[in-house]
Design a protein around this ligand. Sequence first.
Ligand code: SF4
Ligand code: SF4
Length: 216
Amino acid sequence: MIVTEKKEYSEVRKFINAGDKIFIIGCAQCATSCGTGGEKEVAELAEHLKNEALEITGTIVLDPPCDERICKIELKKHNNALNNSDKIIVLACGAGISVINDLLPNKQIVSGLDGVFLGSLKRLGVYNEYCSLCGECLLSKTGGICPVTRCAKGLLNGPCGGIVDGKYCEVNTNNRCAWSLIYERLTHQNKTKNLLEYQQPRKYNKYAKPNTFNKR
Ligand code: SF4
Ligand code: SF4
């Protein structure tokens, strides 16, 4: 899931002017799981704004806002309210916000969340950062542990010289060194020969092709 955090209310509020009419959009998937943009958070934000005498024209929690097909259908049902709104606050990751922005080109979009990383939910408020979407997944070679994301330096060919006690990351000694974890896992699987293969630098431009981005 895309892990998000709520922006401070004051951060969102500074994009809203006195007298603005506001429509709020939430996300029924990742942001709901993170407790940042579901029904509850949309209602709470609406309440805050109403308490400041701002008009809420409507709210919707899209399932999900990053699916343009669904947004087109669902937003149509709120056409009047959306047309009657000055600002659209979106409680979703950057992908969801961008879809809404594309579909409502004449409206000012205000982002209510910060996208933090792609990871997993351990329990509410506790997440694991697992993937940086590098475009060339290495996990079959590295025992399912991502060095791009979990090594603080994103090293691809073994640990740096700073590893602490052969186990901990010098950048943050509360974290295990990703490469020590990789080594342990590959040893357990009898696959340490994987480490002999030199990993080329990631081709971060792999998906930066003209057809990746839908120009409107
Ligand atoms: S190597 Fe790491 S960053 Fe790249 S796709 Fe796989 S998990 Fe994601
Ligand atoms: S100690 Fe390990 S995880 Fe930390 S930066 Fe060095 S190689 Fe990466």
